[in-house]
Design a protein around this ligand. Structure first.
Ligand code: DOR
Length: 438
């Protein structure tokens, strides 16, 4: 830090400050010092001609498997995958082992992320001890340790009264409670979306109502308590209709949709490929089309989030019923959004960046996602026209469970600046691996 960098000639897309056009960006230390059409300054020049210059992307739904399953992902490998995918900040879910239901785990994650020194990592702590749905975690201690939100993601808080208490307590710190909406008795034993294809390929289905019942319950609890609720991985248009109605009534509700729920559908499970097994499940192509219609509406959808969920190959390579749910997504989200949503006219680039940077920053209360003067210099420079083939085996993640393997996606992350430091240039990490490895 201390040096100046002038990012010149790119197309700056900064939805928070209403900028989209040819702007230069002067970075001094860890902050944006100036944004203007033609800046002359004594600084190292970074030529961004022909590229997009956008705020560092923020993924508010990531599973780093450390502590506990370092064979699937570590904080370091997850951060490398994030940065390679254009994410300068990630929030990580608490379903680790031990669960992040204790300040010591939150502190460990923050310290380890600091040692790695790549993406900014914001821990989301458990709502209930051990994710068991019985007793609230020590929420105050977790906030003091650095937790930015609460969630039992991967599991639903079954008892409405406990969810109510969590929402009430969260107000003390103006925190947000993230709902994994899944009614257990309806989802029990389910392997995929309930519909024509679950019948045709003979797998037990999970109906849309299993999600929508809890979305409705939690929206009502948000209204009752006046607290902030965020609904994770919304997969049905029915859920979005409920969320929209709650927002219109003034409830403090936000939500995210994943790229896979917007681009993949339940017919793709016909080959029993467990890389397509995810929770909530991929829905019918009709529901996917309806979700795609709604995602451009800023009054309904707040964020896109990957739900990056690494799993060991030997666990995914099981009979369908025994394989765990989840797919990795940190390195494919930008390409999938750019190719299958922006490229198909579902979103414009401004809205895509709003969903990938501005929205998550707002939900989590982060001082990021924006490139105005004085803002923290988390910046991604993207070659939007370059095509990259998804190769699971060259992923930075320790896991390979992507359904997009072999796809050619448009949009290559060319350079990444985090807190003003250039960490990726020409698609490669600047520091040698040896320096960031244990
Ligand atoms: O597919 C999923 N995988 N959904 C979740 O909610 C949890 C995640 C995981 O941790 O593997």
């Amino acid at each position: 830090m201390g040096s100046k960098l002038l990012v010149k000639g790119g197309r700056l897309i900064d939805p928070k400050n209403g900028r989209d056009g040819r702007f230069d960006l002067l970075i001094d230390g860890n902050r944006v010092a100036a944004v203007d059409t033609a800046i002359e300054a004594e600084a190292e020049v970074f030529d961004a001609a022909g590229m997009l210059v956008v705020p560092g992307l923020i993924d508010m739904h990531v599973h780093l498997r450390e502590p506990g399953r370092e064979d699937e992902e570590t904080i370091e490998s997850g951060c490398r995958a994030a940065v390679k995918g254009g994410f300068t900040s990630i929030a990580c879910m608490p379903n680790t082992s031990p669960v992040n239901d204790d300040a010591s785990v939150t502190q460990y994650i923050i310290e380890e992320a600091g040692r790695v020194g790549l993406a900014n990592v914001f821990p989301i702590a458990a709502i209930t001890k051990g994710l068991a749905g019985e007793e609230l975690s020590e929420m105050g201690a977790l906030v003091s340790a650095g937790a930015v939100a609460f969630s039992d993601d991967g599991r639903c808080v079954d008892r409405a009264s406990l969810m109510r208490r969590a929402l009430e307590y969260s107000k003390i710190w103006n925190s947000v409670v993230v709902s994994h909406a899944e009614e257990g008795s309806l989802a029990a034993g389910g392997q995929m979306n309930e519909g024509f294809f679950s019948t045709s390929i003979g797998l037990k289905g999970i109906p849309a109502a299993a999600e929508e019942i809890i979305v409705a319950r939690d929206c009502l609890l948000a209204e009752l308590t006046g607290a902030r609720l965020h609904v994770a991985h919304v997969s049905t248009p029915g859920s979005l209709a409920i969320i929209k109605a709650a927002k219109e009534r003034g409830a403090r509700v936000t939500c995210e949709v994943t790229p896979h729920h917007l681009t993949l559908s339940d017919d793709m499970l016909a080959g029993y490929d467990t890389n397509f097994k995810v929770n909530p499940p991929l829905r019918s192509s009709e529901e996917v089309s309806a979700l795609r219609e709604l995602v451009s509406d800023a009054s309904i959808v707040d964020c896109l989030a990957s739900d990056h969920a690494p799993h060991a190959a030997h666990e995914k390579e099981m009979e369908f019923a025994y394989a765990p749910c989840g797919m990795i997504g940190l390195e494919t989200t930008l390409g999938v959004v750019n190719t299958d949503l922006v490229g198909k006219g579902v979103l414009d680039l401004n809205r895509a960046i709003e969903l990938l940077a501005v929205g998550p920053a707002r939900v989590l209360g982060l001082d990021r996602g924006s490139l105005g003067r004085g803002d923290i210099a988390d910046v991604v420079i993207i070659d939007a026209e370059s095509e990259v083939e998804v190769d699971p085996f060259s992923s930075e993640s320790k896991s390979r469970n992507t359904p997009y393997g072999g796809r050619r996606l448009k949009g290559r992350v060319h350079a990444v600046l985090i807190n003003g430091n250039l960490v990726v240039d020409d698609g490669a990490f600047i520091r040698e691996e040896a320096e960031v490895s244990r």
